[in-house]
Design a protein around this ligand. Structure first.
Ligand SMILES: O=P(O)(O)OC[C@H]1O[C@H](OP(=O)(O)OP(=O)(O)O)[C@H](O)[C@@H]1O
Length: 238
């Protein structure tokens, strides 16, 4: 194993421990791993890192206790109107890193050059996934920022509103021939994502997949059919 891979695995273990610490006590984690609480505590705080061998043993023991989908579901808080607050998911960097590892492994063989998302809430997932894939992240905004010479501009009328929404992306952000992975926190109508796909078309870039934390209804099935690329979500809400 390369030095880099070995360090990445150790950091992954620290993230796994930090995530499990939110559900399990040190006593419980000590029982699961057979390690003293003091040792686990040092790993969690980053005071000491385990050897490569112990990292592997601990990951084998601890990963079965993590169900990423379940972790996301239990953080989604619905209000009385059925809308949900996704900040408890997007703000949890340990969880988002583990999700990003999973997404990166799904798209590892797609030669992704860039991750594309929409501001605001897509940015957190975009950054985590792009970092895992060691590529850059770019994001379309609803505002035309000054200081940018040329934009890709795509307008649409969100079905839930009666006004036009326009997304803007600086033209330098997408290049002809680039393989693009589109991600977002949520997909409901798919209008935002179709606008991002249209930006790729205008740039001559190639969408190679789409990934969402949460999809509502069967919207991702339609996109998969229309664009013939992998379109996946971690959680599907009806
Ligand atoms: O599938 P759609 O119906 O297009 O909806 C999905 C989009 O809606 C949310 O963003 P929003 O437009 O609310 O902007 P925000 O991220 O700034 O809150 C979400 O982050 C997606 O980008």
């Amino acid at each position: 194993m390369s030095q880099l891979k070995s360090v990445q695995e150790k950091l992954r273990l620290v993230r796994v421990l930090r995530l499990l610490k939110k559900t399990y006590t040190y006593e419980e984690l000590s029982k699961i791993t057979g390690l003293p609480i003091t040792v686990l505590n040092r790993y969690v705080r980053g005071k000491v890192l385990p050897s490569a061998e112990r990292t592997k043993e601990l990951l084998d023991l601890l990963l079965p206790y993590i169900n990423i989908e379940e972790e996301v579901r239990k953080r989604i808080k619905f209000d009385e109107y059925g809308f949900f607050d996704n900040m408890p998911v997007l703000s949890d960097t340990a969880l988002m890193s583990l999700i990003a590892e999973d997404v990166a492994s799904r798209y590892m063989d797609k030669n992704v050059d860039k991750v594309l998302t929409a501001a605001t809430d897509g940015i957190a997932l975009g950054v985590h996934v792009a970092r895992e894939l060691s590529v850059d992240v770019v994001y379309a905004k609803k505002k035309k920022e000054v200081g940018v010479e040329k934009f890709y501009e795509v307008s649409y009328v969100p079905s839930a509103s009666g006004s036009v929404t326009t997304l803007y992306l600086p033209q330098w952000a997408l290049k002809k021939g680039e393989n693009v992975l589109i991600v977002d926190d949520v997909i409901r109508s798919g209008e935002t994502q179709r606008a991002l796909l249209e930006m790729c078309r205008r740039a001559g870039a190639k969408p190679v997949g789409m990934f969402f934390l949460i999809s509502v209804g069967d919207v991702i099935d339609h996109l998969k059919k229309d664009y013939s690329i992998p379109v996946e979500s971690l959680i599907r809400l009806e």
